[in-house]
Design a binder for this molecule. Structure first.
Ligand code: NAX
Length: 327
């Protein structure tokens, strides 16, 4: 049997945590043969609620759950962590400017980056879920100089999964028939859900749907799905966000299926003209615990415009956190 691996989760007493932790502990993320130790971080006032979640985790008697650690100190929660899912963040409140939001999150992701740098496994795989996810990942990464920048990623997988399901619905095909969608850029309304290379049952997706539907309905529906969930549910996406985080980490750790790709927010190496260093959604293939950007795809003029617009937003966020001295 395998040795347990350490999985740190921040914001563990929150909505997403309530769905995510049970899926990790049941083996959905790292496989049904991989024991895990959960290392849960919360702010001090939420530790009591976290204890309740821990009681429920224990009550599931998951065979793969080797141990649970809880703390309000990132130096404890990230100690020797092999995986870190950074979910806890400062939400945007009414009237908050982007600068205020980035500064509040800098107060969380700078010390967390420093703690990962100091105590996590040298091979730690970091996924930032907490919004603004791409720029929070950049802040953590820039404060962890001893780790490889590629170890820091941001979640666009929920957008990717939404894009699959919307296309499946429109074409009347099962989600399993859909391959090679890409979410380019920021996890925000400027994201570009790209069907240029997507196939449905082996046929090009763009041969099956109207261009007008694609540009006028599909792209905005995917990009604004988060707001639609809030409107309907009275709370933001939680179980679907947790499921996407599981998918992201599983594919990174265990590999993507042959001939397919997924979307991950990763540091740009300059591919496809995306400014180097931005944490940007790309099409990637994973194997052996590493990801690689899918190369050689044609970029249409329409795609170029969309890809540049979402890059521009990330540049502005980066400039803002630079001004604040966070990166
Ligand atoms: P909740 O407010 O339910 O939970 C967040 C938890 O984080 C709270 O329990 C809070 O006490 C904790 N927390 C705050 N600061 C912390 C810190 N410094 N260290 C440790 N824990 C801390 O939010 P939830 O619905 O779980 O969402 C969490 C984050 O995910 C939000 O930022 C949200 O915007 C973001 N999302 C990102 C998505 C993505 O696709 N990238 C989609 C879903 C979600 O909206």
């Amino acid at each position: 049997t395998k040795q347990p691996v350490r999985v740190a989760v921040t914001g563990a007493a929150g909505q997403i945590g309530y769905s995510l932790l049970f899926r990790i502990a049941s083996g959905d993320m790292l496989g049904k043969d991989q024991p895990v130790i959960l290392q849960l971080l919360e702010i001090t006032p939420a530790l009591k609620a976290l204890q309740g979640v821990v009681m429920e985790l224990r009550d599931c008697a998951f065979p793969l759950l080797a141990d649970i650690v809880t703390s309000d100190d990132p130096m404890v929660a990230f100690k020797d962590a092999d995986y870190a899912l950074l979910v806890g963040a400062m939400p945007r409140k009414a009237g908050m400017e982007r600068g205020d939001l980035l500064s509040a999150n800098g107060g969380i992701f700078k010390p967390q980056g420093e703690a990962l740098n100091a105590v996590a496994s040298r091979d730690v795989k970091v996924l930032v879920v907490g919004n603004p996810a791409n720029t929070n990942a950049l802040i953590a990464q820039q404060n962890a100089p001893d780790l490889d920048p590629k170890q820091f990623t941001a979640m666009v997988r929920l957008d990717h999964n939404r894009a699959i399901s919307q296309l499946a619905e429109q074409t009347g095909q099962p989600v399993s028939a859909i391959k090679n969608i890409t979410i380019w850029g920021n996890h925000s309304s400027t994201q570009y859900p790209d069907l240029s290379e997507a196939t449905v049952g082996g046929q090009p997706a763009l041969d099956l749907v109207e261009r007008e539907w694609y540009e006028g309905t599909y792209i905005p529906t995917v990009a604004k799905r988060g707001a639609a969930i809030i409107e309907a549910r009275g709370a933001s996406s939680a179980a679907s966000a947790a499921s996407a985080a599981i998918d992201h980490m599983r594919d990174w750790a265990l590999g993507t299926p042959e001939g397919e790709w997924v979307s991950m927010g990763i540091p740009s190496d300059g591919s496809y003209g995306v400014p180097e260093g931005l944490i940007y959604g790309f099409p990637v293939r994973c194997s052996g615990g590493k990801y690689e950007i899918v190369q050689g795809l044609d970029v249409s003029e329409f795609s170029r415009g969309k890809m540049d617009a979402t890059a521009q937003e990330l540049i502005e966020e980066r400039d803002e956190v630079r001004k604040l001295g966070l990166v």
